[in-house]
Write a protein that binds this ligand. Structure first.
Ligand SMILES: Cc1ncc(COP(=O)(O)O)c(C=O)c1O
Length: 369
């Protein structure tokens, strides 16, 4: 079976993890956490980074630092991974959904303003599958309406927009280092920001609200979280960040090869890059037009499986999630693009070290009539 993804660990990962184990620094103290945070901040082109234990809590921490809570609303794309929405719910605020753009599959920027209310506090753009959002327009809307921007950059390490890396456009941003991500620590996440105050808040809240500047007296003035990243995970993360440019090029090469081999197949629609952006192809998704293609998405999934090729279905829209509707989110209204993506989209094997022959084989199977 060609898996949908697998981690690629071919740098100093073992050396650094061995060092952490050998020296006994396996918890959240230890040199690799700080080294990884500094290296990742530099890679993203931001001043500060705070390591945490996964991307979901990175989002929650980012929203907490901005003071978002009960009674507030946060605008998110309808087409995203559920963690974008759940992180808003954890604060007590409500996620409000905006349909996807037909071409880029990111949030449809032209539909954001109609969802802004007096309760709206922030916009959370998500760089879907590694394709940067139109951050110029999103930050302009946010400025006009005095809203925060929280980038969910979980899928977009190193992607750029107008030459700047994702994570650097917002008040505060979150990354995931889950095993299938372009950079991984197994489980892990990072909050990045240029704002010193938010940086201090992130360090404070992630560690049970221990006072950052006073001796440990075990007095906690706020409700905090244990969202700490371990030195073991950070050791892997530092090694991955050292190779970030190389890994990014491998994913971009995959994306280009898929486009080359899929371009003449009728009824296969590809995600279009956001203008002025560089897509890092975390996942290579395809959208079917079943009539033109001659098969449904589920028939294609079966065909690929029979040929030893693993796939994953696209996300189901947030407006269709029972958990969010029960939470009180408004699921009314139409989300035709998200619904189409959810019904007809599938993503193909996308690991960094996929071989050209494998990509060619996958595309040949897709082209079988
Ligand atoms: C868009 C998006 N946001 C958030 C997350 C959550 O990250 P994690 O799985 O590390 O909690 C993911 C994970 O895949 C994601 O794709």
């Amino acid at each position: 079976m060609i898996p949908v993804c697998q981690p690629f660990l071919n740098g100093n990962e073992l050396k650094y993890v061995n060092d952490a184990v050998r020296t006994g620094w396996i918890s959240s103290s230890g040199k690799y956490v700080k080294a990884f945070e500094e290296a990742f901040a530099e890679y993203c082109g931001v001043k500060y980074a705070v390591g945490v234990c996964n991307g979901t809590v990175a989002l929650h921490l980012a929203l907490t630092c901005l003071g978002i809570g009960q009674g507030d609303e946060v605008i998110i794309p309808d087409f995203t991974m559920i963690a974008s929405a759940f992180s808003v719910c954890y604060t007590g605020a409500k996620p409000v959904f905006v349909d996807a753009d037909e071409k880029t599959w990111n949030i449809d920027v032209s539909k954001i303003e109609e969802k802004i209310t007096p309760q709206t506090k922030a916009i959370m753009p998500v760089h879907i599958f590694g394709n940067s959002c139109d951050m110029g327009s999103i930050t302009a809307i946010a400025e006009k309406h005095h809203l925060f921007v929280v980038e969910d950059a979980a899928e977009a390490h190193g992607a750029t927009y107008r030459g700047h890396k994702t994570g650097s456009f917002s008040d505060i941003a979150a990354f995931s280092f889950f095993a299938n991500k372009n950079l991984t620590t197994g489980e892990g996440g990072m909050v990045v920001t240029n704002n010193k105050d938010l940086y201090h808040k992130a360090r404070y809240f992630k560690n049970m609200c221990f006072d950052l500047n006073a001796p440990r007296n075990y007095i906690h003035n706020d409700i905090g979280f244990n969202y700490r990243m371990s030195n073991l995970h950070a050791a892997i993360g530092l090694a991955q960040t050292e190779k970030a440019d190389e890994y990014k090029e491998m994913r971009i090469r995959n994306g280009k090869l898929y486009r080359k081999y899929l371009k003449d197949i009728k009824g296969i629609i590809l995600q279009q890059d956001q203008p002025e952006a560089e897509n890092v192809f975390w996942m290579n998704g395809i959208l079917l037009d079943p009539e033109k293609y001659g098969r449904t998405r589920d028939e294609l999934v079966d065909l690929l499986k029979e040929n030893g090729i693993d796939t994953r279905l696209f996300f189901v829209g947030m407006h269709r999630q029972p958990s969010l509707l029960n939470f009180g989110c408004d699921g009314t209204g139409d989300y035709p693009t998200t619904d189409n993506l959810a019904q007809n989209g599938v993503y193909l094997p996308s690991a960094s070290n996929l071989k050209e022959a494998e990509i060619k084989h996958i595309c040949e199977v897709i082209s079988l009539s």
